[in-house]
Design a protein around this ligand. Structure first.
Ligand code: IMP
Length: 194
Protein backbone atom coordinates (compact mmCIF):
# COMPACT_ATOMS: atom_id res chain seq x y z
CA UNK A 1 0.00 0.00 0.00
CA UNK A 2 1.38 3.39 -1.02
CA UNK A 3 1.28 6.21 1.48
CA UNK A 4 2.93 9.61 1.45
CA UNK A 5 4.78 11.09 4.41
CA UNK A 6 4.63 14.87 3.88
CA UNK A 7 8.35 15.45 4.38
CA UNK A 8 11.68 15.33 2.56
CA UNK A 9 13.62 14.81 5.80
CA UNK A 10 15.60 11.62 5.10
CA UNK A 11 16.08 10.87 8.80
CA UNK A 12 12.32 10.94 9.47
CA UNK A 13 11.68 8.85 6.33
CA UNK A 14 14.05 6.05 7.27
CA UNK A 15 12.71 6.01 10.84
CA UNK A 16 9.13 5.55 9.66
CA UNK A 17 10.04 3.04 6.94
CA UNK A 18 11.77 0.81 9.46
CA UNK A 19 8.78 0.95 11.82
CA UNK A 20 6.11 0.36 9.17
CA UNK A 21 7.94 -2.48 7.41
CA UNK A 22 7.32 -3.94 3.96
CA UNK A 23 3.54 -3.68 3.85
CA UNK A 24 3.74 0.05 3.19
CA UNK A 25 5.60 1.89 0.49
CA UNK A 26 6.30 5.23 2.15
CA UNK A 27 6.79 7.99 -0.43
CA UNK A 28 8.34 11.38 0.27
CA UNK A 29 7.11 14.70 -1.14
CA UNK A 30 9.79 14.68 -3.82
CA UNK A 31 8.88 11.06 -4.73
CA UNK A 32 5.43 12.33 -5.79
CA UNK A 33 6.77 15.46 -7.51
CA UNK A 34 5.54 17.84 -4.81
CA UNK A 35 8.00 20.72 -4.64
CA UNK A 36 5.55 23.27 -3.26
CA UNK A 37 6.07 25.06 0.02
CA UNK A 38 3.02 23.51 1.72
CA UNK A 39 1.26 26.10 3.91
CA UNK A 40 1.72 25.71 7.67
CA UNK A 41 -0.26 28.70 8.86
CA UNK A 42 -2.30 27.19 11.72
CA UNK A 43 -1.65 28.25 15.30
CA UNK A 44 -1.59 24.71 16.69
CA UNK A 45 0.49 21.61 15.97
CA UNK A 46 -2.75 19.75 15.17
CA UNK A 47 -3.83 22.45 12.70
CA UNK A 48 -0.52 22.39 10.84
CA UNK A 49 -0.41 18.58 10.62
CA UNK A 50 -3.98 18.52 9.25
CA UNK A 51 -3.20 21.30 6.78
CA UNK A 52 -0.16 19.49 5.39
CA UNK A 53 -1.77 16.03 5.13
CA UNK A 54 -4.90 17.37 3.46
CA UNK A 55 -2.90 19.44 1.00
CA UNK A 56 -1.29 16.28 -0.37
CA UNK A 57 -4.60 14.38 -0.51
CA UNK A 58 -6.31 17.25 -2.35
CA UNK A 59 -3.52 18.09 -4.80
CA UNK A 60 -1.93 14.69 -5.39
CA UNK A 61 -4.61 12.09 -4.58
CA UNK A 62 -2.56 9.92 -2.21
CA UNK A 63 -3.27 8.79 1.34
CA UNK A 64 -0.92 10.93 3.40
CA UNK A 65 0.31 11.57 6.91
CA UNK A 66 2.09 14.69 8.15
CA UNK A 67 3.75 15.61 11.43
CA UNK A 68 4.35 18.75 13.41
CA UNK A 69 6.42 19.04 16.59
CA UNK A 70 6.90 21.66 19.25
CA UNK A 71 8.78 22.12 22.52
CA UNK A 72 6.31 23.24 25.20
CA UNK A 73 7.83 24.94 28.26
CA UNK A 74 5.58 25.15 31.32
CA UNK A 75 6.96 28.41 32.78
CA UNK A 76 6.48 30.08 29.37
CA UNK A 77 2.87 28.92 29.06
CA UNK A 78 3.68 26.39 26.34
CA UNK A 79 6.14 28.51 24.33
CA UNK A 80 7.79 28.04 21.87
CA UNK A 81 5.22 25.36 20.93
CA UNK A 82 4.02 25.68 17.36
CA UNK A 83 6.67 28.40 16.82
CA UNK A 84 9.61 26.14 17.77
CA UNK A 85 11.36 26.27 14.37
CA UNK A 86 11.27 30.08 14.19
CA UNK A 87 11.34 31.03 17.87
CA UNK A 88 14.14 33.60 17.55
CA UNK A 89 12.79 36.53 15.54
CA UNK A 90 13.84 36.76 11.93
CA UNK A 91 15.25 33.23 11.81
CA UNK A 92 14.20 29.91 10.32
CA UNK A 93 15.49 26.68 11.86
CA UNK A 94 18.39 28.53 13.55
CA UNK A 95 18.80 26.19 16.50
CA UNK A 96 21.55 28.19 18.18
CA UNK A 97 19.48 31.39 18.16
CA UNK A 98 16.36 29.51 19.30
CA UNK A 99 18.16 27.89 22.25
CA UNK A 100 19.77 31.20 23.22
CA UNK A 101 16.38 32.89 23.33
CA UNK A 102 14.83 30.07 25.35
CA UNK A 103 17.65 30.02 27.91
CA UNK A 104 17.37 33.80 28.28
CA UNK A 105 13.62 33.60 28.83
CA UNK A 106 14.14 31.00 31.56
CA UNK A 107 16.89 32.89 33.39
CA UNK A 108 16.06 33.01 37.10
CA UNK A 109 13.03 30.71 36.78
CA UNK A 110 12.92 27.64 39.00
CA UNK A 111 10.30 25.74 37.01
CA UNK A 112 12.17 24.26 34.04
CA UNK A 113 9.62 21.61 33.15
CA UNK A 114 8.99 21.07 29.46
CA UNK A 115 7.79 18.50 26.97
CA UNK A 116 8.27 17.74 23.32
CA UNK A 117 4.98 17.00 21.59
CA UNK A 118 4.51 15.53 18.12
CA UNK A 119 1.17 15.37 16.36
CA UNK A 120 0.70 13.21 13.27
CA UNK A 121 -2.35 13.61 11.03
CA UNK A 122 -3.39 10.78 8.70
CA UNK A 123 -5.74 11.81 5.87
CA UNK A 124 -7.24 9.40 3.33
CA UNK A 125 -7.93 10.06 -0.33
CA UNK A 126 -11.29 8.23 -0.17
CA UNK A 127 -12.55 10.38 2.65
CA UNK A 128 -11.14 13.88 2.39
CA UNK A 129 -13.45 15.23 5.08
CA UNK A 130 -12.02 12.90 7.69
CA UNK A 131 -8.64 12.43 9.36
CA UNK A 132 -7.04 10.75 12.37
CA UNK A 133 -4.63 12.30 14.85
CA UNK A 134 -1.84 10.58 16.82
CA UNK A 135 0.13 12.25 19.58
CA UNK A 136 3.46 11.44 21.21
CA UNK A 137 5.05 13.31 24.10
CA UNK A 138 8.20 13.09 26.19
CA UNK A 139 8.43 15.01 29.42
CA UNK A 140 11.65 16.51 30.74
CA UNK A 141 13.29 19.76 31.73
CA UNK A 142 15.32 22.54 30.15
CA UNK A 143 18.96 22.44 31.26
CA UNK A 144 20.84 25.54 32.40
CA UNK A 145 23.25 25.27 29.45
CA UNK A 146 23.79 23.38 26.21
CA UNK A 147 25.45 19.97 26.43
CA UNK A 148 26.18 17.28 23.84
CA UNK A 149 26.64 17.19 20.09
CA UNK A 150 24.15 14.65 18.72
CA UNK A 151 20.64 15.21 17.41
CA UNK A 152 19.29 18.57 16.28
CA UNK A 153 17.08 21.49 17.26
CA UNK A 154 16.71 21.87 21.04
CA UNK A 155 18.35 18.50 21.86
CA UNK A 156 21.38 20.03 23.67
CA UNK A 157 19.16 21.72 26.28
CA UNK A 158 16.41 19.10 26.74
CA UNK A 159 16.92 16.52 29.52
CA UNK A 160 14.24 13.77 29.35
CA UNK A 161 12.60 12.52 32.55
CA UNK A 162 14.53 9.65 34.16
CA UNK A 163 17.87 10.85 32.76
CA UNK A 164 20.42 13.44 33.79
CA UNK A 165 21.88 14.06 30.35
CA UNK A 166 20.47 15.96 27.39
CA UNK A 167 19.09 14.27 24.27
CA UNK A 168 22.25 15.49 22.51
CA UNK A 169 24.42 13.64 25.07
CA UNK A 170 22.28 10.50 25.25
CA UNK A 171 22.56 9.83 21.52
CA UNK A 172 20.14 8.65 18.87
CA UNK A 173 19.50 5.08 20.07
CA UNK A 174 18.23 6.20 23.47
CA UNK A 175 16.46 9.23 22.03
CA UNK A 176 14.64 7.17 19.40
CA UNK A 177 13.47 4.67 22.02
CA UNK A 178 11.68 7.32 24.12
CA UNK A 179 11.12 10.32 21.88
CA UNK A 180 7.90 12.20 21.20
CA UNK A 181 8.19 11.44 17.47
CA UNK A 182 8.84 7.71 18.00
CA UNK A 183 5.79 7.47 20.30
CA UNK A 184 3.51 9.21 17.79
CA UNK A 185 4.88 7.09 14.94
CA UNK A 186 4.28 3.88 16.94
CA UNK A 187 0.62 4.87 17.39
CA UNK A 188 0.26 5.59 13.67
CA UNK A 189 1.91 2.26 12.83
CA UNK A 190 -0.42 0.32 15.13
CA UNK A 191 -3.42 2.01 13.49
CA UNK A 192 -2.21 1.36 9.92
CA UNK A 193 -1.38 -2.28 10.62
CA UNK A 194 -4.81 -3.04 12.06
P1 IMP B 1 9.22 19.72 12.93
O1 IMP B 1 7.75 19.90 13.02
O2 IMP B 1 9.66 18.29 13.07
O3 IMP B 1 9.83 20.40 11.72
O4 IMP B 1 9.85 20.46 14.21
C1 IMP B 1 9.72 21.86 14.42
C2 IMP B 1 10.89 22.35 15.27
O5 IMP B 1 10.83 21.74 16.57
C3 IMP B 1 12.26 21.99 14.72
O6 IMP B 1 12.74 22.99 13.84
C4 IMP B 1 13.11 21.93 15.98
O7 IMP B 1 13.53 23.21 16.36
C5 IMP B 1 12.14 21.41 17.01
N1 IMP B 1 12.23 19.94 17.15
C6 IMP B 1 11.39 19.03 16.59
N2 IMP B 1 11.76 17.79 16.95
C7 IMP B 1 12.85 17.92 17.73
C8 IMP B 1 13.69 16.98 18.39
O8 IMP B 1 13.52 15.75 18.32
N3 IMP B 1 14.72 17.49 19.11
C9 IMP B 1 14.95 18.83 19.20
N4 IMP B 1 14.21 19.75 18.61
C10 IMP B 1 13.15 19.30 17.86
Amino acid sequence: MKIVFATNNSHKLSEIRSILGDRFEVLSLSDIGCHADIPETANTLEGNAIQKARYVVEHFGYDCFADDTGLEVAALRGEPGVHSARYAEGTDHDSEANMRKLLQRLEGKEDRNAQFRTVICLARKDDDADYSLFEGTVKGRIAEEKKGTEGFGYDPIFVPEGHDQSFAQLGLDIKNSISHRARAVEKLARFLKR
